[in-house]
Design a protein around this ligand. Structure first.
Ligand code: HXC
Length: 258
């Protein structure tokens, strides 16, 4: 499918979705988020895709929601349209693993979008922030909730109340990103990580995603039970038999998603 605000490439079982509004530092507008929801649903439904990378440009992953689109809106319009509610819900329904490869600015909705992905690999020039307070508003697509879970209350409050930016190194220290790499190697590292995931049993990879995400939704005992039942269920798959046989035979497993 052709998109106006995205560039999508599929290679070696990895779909790379590049946000593409360079004139606005990839600011998120209704069209872009709608197209992104569609592209992710397409990737989810495409048998050739086993992992997804979401990225932006060298200067900006995304500099936030599009302020020009929002500036004239009234409360009634925002509320009745549930602004960005359906698009972000659709993005979060993606079942295949998504890596955010972030270079440059990931601000406001851009930081929130990166946090909707399964993990973040940051270039050493990445800058994260929730500067909505400077516009007289606050985060609206998950920032107060997700950033707090990632980095804890104190740092989250600091980010949301002062609007300051966090450099990649601090973001890694705080647990917001899984690794920091030199900017020039960002896509190479993201591709390598995606490739590693693509080689696994897709059944196990998708269950990992469901189980880890449960940790945010349910009490510990419920999460532990959910994990244990998923673990048990994988013993009804050929991939479990193959994975364990391959280990014992000292060879690489050939997973077939069965
Ligand atoms: C619309 C944006 C934009 C945005 C940048 N641009 N961010 N347009 N919405 N969020 C546009 C600028 O207007 C400009 O267009 C072009 O991109 C380049 O930006 P500059 O400001 O000239 O670049 P620079 O000086 O390098 O500064 C980069 C920047 C700055 C620090 C990232 O652009 C900035 O502060 N942007 C806004 C960040 C922000 O407040 N984000 C939170 C948004 S609210 P022109 O046409 O003038 O050249 C939000 C709410 C989420 O995200 C919840 C939604 C429900």
């Amino acid at each position: 499918m052709a998109y106006e605000t995205l560039i999508v490439e599929i290679e070696d079982h990895v779909a790379t979705i590049k946000l593409n509004r360079p004139d606005a530092l990839n600011a998120l507008n209704t069209q872009l988020l709608g197209e992104l929801a569609d592209a992710l649903a397409d990737a989810d439904g495409n048998d050739k895709v086993r992992c997804i990378i979401l990225t932006g440009s060298a200067k900006a992953f995304a500099a936030g929601a599009d302020i020009k689109e929002m500036s004239e809106k009234t409360f009634v319009e925002m509320f009745l349209s549930d602004f960005f509610g359906s698009e972000t819900a659709a993005i979060c329904r993606t079942r295949k693993p998504i890596i955010a490869a972030v270079a440059g600015y990931a601000l406001g909705g851009g930081c929130e979008l990166a946090m909707m992905c399964d993990f973040i690999i940051a270039a050493d020039n990445a800058k994260f922030g929730q500067p909505e307070i400077n516009l007289g508003v606050l985060a609206g697509i998950g920032g107060t909730q997700r950033l707090t879970r990632f980095v804890g209350k104190s740092k989250s409050m600091d980010m949301h109340l002062t609007g300051r930016f966090m450099e990649a190194e601090e973001a890694e220290r705080a647990g917001l990103v899984s690794r920091v790499v030199p900017a020039k190697q960002l896509m190479e590292e993201a591709q390598a990580a995606a490739q590693k995931i693509a080689e696994k049993s897709q059944l196990a990879a998708m269950m990992v995603k469901e189980a880890v995400n449960r940790a945010y939704e349910v009490p510990l005992n419920e999460g532990l039970l959910f994990e244990r039942r998923l673990f048990h269920s994988l013993f009804n798959t050929e991939d479990q038999a193959e994975g364990m046989a391959a280990f014992m035979e000292k060879r690489t497993a050939q997973f077939r998603d069965r």
